[in-house]
Design a protein around this ligand. Sequence first.
Ligand code: 4FV
Length: 246
Amino acid sequence: MMIGILTLFPEMFESMLSCSILGRAQAEGLLAVELMNIRPFSEKKHKNADDYPFGGGVGMVMTAQPIVDAVRHVRATGLAGPCVYLSPRGEPLTQRKVRRLADEESLLLLCGHYEGVDERALELIADDEISVGDYVLTGGELPAMVVIDSLCRLIPGVLGEEESHRTDSFAEGLLEHPHYTRPREFLGMAAPDILISGNHEEIRRWRRKESLRRTWQRRPELLNAVLLTSEDKKFLEEIREEEKAE
Ligand code: 4FV
């Protein structure tokens, strides 16, 4: 997969792209990331890429020309995938959306900054808008990193055992079950015996029930979107009884 990033602050990406899973994915040729600074495309004498908002108000707005020319340059290099603008008014990013993006050959991520981007640039070049959450950041760079990080996990070969991202939170629309590792006893707290029993069917059942419990406790609305098995319904019954008893 090829990901192009258009930003005024390419240096923000250097460390996150160079370490751990993302670093390895690029080294193994499973992912290619092209960082591009928008500013050099500015036709302004001092290369500024922002200006005062029409209609007044605080802050600055990114000007259309450098963005449109930068996208045209990227398109000319053959990156044909959808151009996604990161903004609080975008479609909320979900694991389902991440899976859809991961099917693309290539992607172009446009990072806004200041108050935002001139709307005409978005009309000309944006194919999609994505939000990573209902809060306001200083720029689209961190949201772009969130998209890249969540995407790269789904690229075949990036995560060790293929299996691992299939058991993710949200992979099945539920929150993740608790995880434990050595030592068996920590500060007097024991890891659940079932997990050390070697009985894989019982472990599967424990993990499914604990995923359902966490989801029921913290994000019950998610349960409406999950196709619950009869086993799930029985677990939820037990959980309601157990929680009532507490
Ligand atoms: C954002 C978000 C976000 C808004 C103005 C950048 C900032 C500034 N992007 N999900 N939440 N963007 O807050 O995606 O230009």
